[in-house]
Design a protein around this ligand. Structure first.
Ligand code: 6GU
Length: 234
């Protein structure tokens, strides 16, 4: 998969893609991630990317020309990809949207700034607008890190076998069960006996119950959407 990210703050993104699972996926050739500076697509001495809003009001608006030049120059390289604008006005990201985007063979991610992007970019350049949740970020860059991480870990071969088990259990729409490691007692707090029992069937049943109970308490909205949670095998 190829991912291009266009931003006015390339250094904010570069480091985030040089560690852990994303780095390994890049090293293995599973994903090709390229970061581009929007200002390289301006033609004035000050490399201007924003201007005052028509009609007045606070804040600046990102100009259309640099975005069109940047994305069109990337598309000239062949594969048009899917252009995604990161904005709080977009569709809210969830795992099913991540899965759909992960199945594209190229994404071009545009990091908008919070105050706004000229509407012609949305209407005539971008294929889709995405938000990562109902809160305000100063720009799309942290959202790009979130989106790229979520998409890359779904690429075949990106995860080791230990990591992919975790992925499966969120895929059923439930929160994770409580995890423990050694020591068996820490400051008087003991690991639940059942986990030390060696009874694998009992451990599995306990974990399932914990997942359901934890989801009921913290995220009842997920239970409505999740498939049959009974664990029954007909
Ligand atoms: Cl994608 N951008 C900004 N600026 N704020 C956000 C967001 C994106 N998603 C949630 N808040």
């Amino acid at each position: 998969m190829r991912i291009d990210v266009v931003t006015i703050f390339p250094p904010l993104l570069a480091g985030a893609f040089e560690h852990s699972i994303i780095k390994r996926a890049r090293d293995r050739g599973i994903v090709d991630i390229q970061i581009h500076d929007l200002r390289d697509h301006t033609d004035d001495r000050h490399r201007t990317v924003d201007d005052y809003p028509y009609g007045g009001g606070a804040g600046m608006v990102m100009k259309p020309e640099p975005w069109f030049r940047a994305v069109e120059s990337l598309r000239d390289q062949g594969n048009p990809g899917r252009a995604i604008l990161l904005t709080p006005q977009g569709k809210r990201l969830d795992q099913s949207l991540v899965q759909r985007l992960a199945s594209e063979d190229r994404l071009i991610i545009l990091c908008g700034r919070y105050e706004g992007v000229d509407e012609r970019v949305r209407e005539h350049l971008v294929d889709e607008e995405v938000s990562i949740g109902d809160y305000v970020l100063s720009g799309g860059e942290p959202a790009a890190v979130v989106l790229v991480d979520a998409v890359v870990r779904l690429q075949p071969g990106a995860l080791g076998s230990a990591e992919s088990t975790v992925e499966e259990s969120f895929a059923d729409g439930l929160l994770e069960y409580p995890q423990y490691t050694r020591p068996p007692e820490f400051r008087g707090w003991r690991v639940p006996d059942i986990l030390l029992s060696g009874d694998h069937g009992a451990v599995e049943r306990w974990r399932r119950e914990q997942q359901i109970e934890r989801t009921r308490q913290r995220r009842p909205d997920l239970l409505d959407e999740s498939d049959d949670v009974s664990g029954a095998t007909t």
